[in-house]
Write a protein that binds this ligand. Structure first.
Ligand SMILES: O=C(O)CCC(=O)C(=O)O
Length: 257
């Protein structure tokens, strides 16, 4: 087994007043030594990605050395679903998910899609570290993360929208990518099927190692997204989508107001 020592010096939000404090995250394995020190670089340059009803921001959040380290730590820490939790139910049929999935977050949170209900495991240090880096870069807070691991270019994700009721529309979905670069494709809902199919160009991005893609509202109302098969990709990738889930009691309160 590899041995590495990681020092990730981070800033964490301690309260709602942007009162940042430093923490050290140390992880010991057995052979290699990987040290990452330093504050998140600020400000990070953002690239705006826009189309009709599509509003995204893209940037590199972690430099290569730090991204390599985070990838290795996640490989050690993350526990992926198996059995029924690794299947989805679509149009009455059950399919194995063509990748591995895991969910982490605040206690009691659950995320449901395609007929599966996934409970959040408690945050790990690395997932908190990445979450806090995203918060510092964006000003948004997140209580949940869905993790997808693609072993190579055969693993993929089909076209879908993240438009579940429990997602807080005021908060973007923050997608962090580590490992192999992969193509990511948006397609407008009116350009997909139906008698009134319109010609709207798809939006194609390459999500790089250490990158952050923010999908702002209303992107997921109008645009489907997918991560297609890419046979040439031979190395793994981990994607983390940090989300803000409205707890069901809060949702009822909002509906009543
Ligand atoms: O791996 C990716 O970049 C796609 C993730 C995704 O589409 C999702 O979590 O909804």
């Amino acid at each position: 087994m590899d041995k590495f020592v990681t020092h990730l010096k981070r800033s964490a939000v301690s309260d709602g007043n942007n009162d940042w404090r430093e923490e050290k995250l140390m992880k010991k394995c057995e052979e290699n030594v990987c040290e990452v020190e330093g504050e998140f670089s600020q400000p990070i340059p953002w690239q705006k990605v826009e189309s009709e009803g599509l509003d995204c921001d893209y940037s590199l959040l972690f430099h290569k050395e730090e991204a390599d380290c985070l990838f290795r730590q996640l490989e050690d820490e993350v526990v992926y679903f198996t059995g029924d939790k690794a299947k989805v139910h679509v149009y009455g049929k059950t399919h194995n998910v063509p990748r591995k999935q895991a969910t982490y977050g605040d206690e009691g949170l659950m995320y449901s899609f395609s007929g599966v209900h996934l409970m959040a495991r408690p945050w790990t240090p690395t997932l908190e570290y990445i979450r806090d880096a995203v918060t510092k870069a964006t000003g948004h807070t997140f209580n949940f993360v869905l993790i997808n691991r693609y072993k190579d270019g055969d693993d993929h994700m089909g076209e879908h929208r993240d438009d579940e009721r429990e997602l807080n529309p005021a908060c973007p979905i923050a997608s962090v990518s580590l490992g192999a670069s992969r193509d990511f494709i948006f397609r407008h809902k009116d350009a997909r099927t139906g008698p009134v199919k319109r010609h709207i160009e798809p939006v194609k991005l390459e999500l790089g190692h250490g990158s952050l893609l923010l999908m702002n509202h209303p992107t997921n109302t109008f645009w489907y997204h997918s991560l297609p098969v890419r046979k040439k990709v031979q190395t793994p990738r981990i994607n983390l989508t940090y989300r803000s889930i409205i707890k069901s009691t809060d949702r009822k309160r909002i509906q009543r107001e």
